[in-house]
Ligand binder design. Structure first.
Ligand SMILES: [Zn+2]
Ligand SMILES: [Zn+2]
Length: 285
């Protein structure tokens, strides 16, 4: 068997190539943006909010400079508008860029919107959500790493991301047999956190009603879903290939499969962009 690399994965799933290409391009452009220094929050100041279940980015005690994320998002939109290999993405980014220029308070409003405030309106919510969370995940990486070290997983165990508050997009099963644990994975900021292994994170229903949809030849990826609420989580039953298999974009075809079975994705996807989804839809017609 070939080792699992990004290249092999894309060879076996050619319809994912447009999304992979765009992700690589956007990551390169995001890496060129100077976001400024990020301070690690005082965990002592935040710990009260943590115990009450307030995610890090929504806590005023954490004092993270969120506006820096908004400014970087505005820069990334601008970069993509001026040069993108995808004409359709460049055109959409140009329109978005022009709109953001008319909005004086754009950085602050974008971040508030990314975190759930719906008073901000944009003609391209899909693209802005994707670009905004791409820069946010980069910016927050050192904070997230420190948060992972500080956080007592047994005291969180909630069905939303401890960093940004999103519902989980994916899950991972780690360890073996009795010691097997389930981590939930955020599709926005990339945090992974511990959750009960057999309970539905969407409706906290009867644990016996969790079912598995196995998929052949997908390197340990499967779909776990709840028979009560029909919410599903793409699940990676394995370890070692997290950066590829938990990236969410690398398994967009499983979202289509789940959708065909009448299952519901609860967490928003960052990849709901028409030019990216069209190649996935094509083989099904
Ligand atoms: Zn998150
Ligand atoms: Zn459920």
């Amino acid at each position: 068997m070939k080792p699992l690399t990004r290249e092999n994965w894309l060879e076996a799933h050619t319809y994912l190539q447009p999304v992979a290409k765009l992700c690589a391009e956007v990551e390169r452009k995001a890496a060129d943006i100077e976001i400024g220094s990020r301070e690690i929050p005082s965990w002592e100041d935040y710990s009260g909010d943590f115990q009450e279940g307030i995610p890090l980015l929504q806590s005023s005690c954490a004092r993270i400079d969120l506006e820096a994320i908004g400014r970087a998002a505005v820069s990334l939109v601008h970069k993509l508008a001026s040069e993108s290999s995808s004409k359709r993405i460049a055109a959409e980014a140009s329109a978005l860029d022009a709109g953001l220029r008319r909005e004086p308070d754009a950085p602050r409003r974008i971040v508030a919107w990314l975190l759930g405030d719906d008073s901000f309106h944009t003609p391209s919510p899909g693209l802005l959500r994707y670009l905004g969370w791409t820069v946010a995940a980069r910016y927050l990486l050192p904070v997230r790493t420190a948060f992972d070290r500080w956080r007592d997983e047994d005291r969180w165990m909630r069905n939303y991301c401890p960093t940004c508050g999103s519902a989980p997009a994916m899950a991972q099963l780690v360890g073996m047999d009795q010691g097997r644990k389930r981590l939930l994975a955020c599709g926005r900021c990339g945090t992974r956190w511990l959750f009960k292994r057999t309970e539905c994170p969407f409706c906290a229903n009867d644990p016996q009603r969790l079912a598995v949809l196995s998929v052949e030849g997908e390197a340990g990826l499967r779909i776990d879903y709840c028979e009560s609420c029909k919410g599903y989580l793409k699940t990676y039953a394995g370890e070692g290939n997290e950066s590829l298999l938990l990236s969410d974009w690398s398994s967009l075809h499983l979202d289509l499969l789940a959708h065909d079975r009448g299952l519901k994705r609860v967490a928003a996807s960052l990849y709901e962009l028409e030019p990216l989804l069209a190649p996935l839809e094509a083989p099904r017609r």
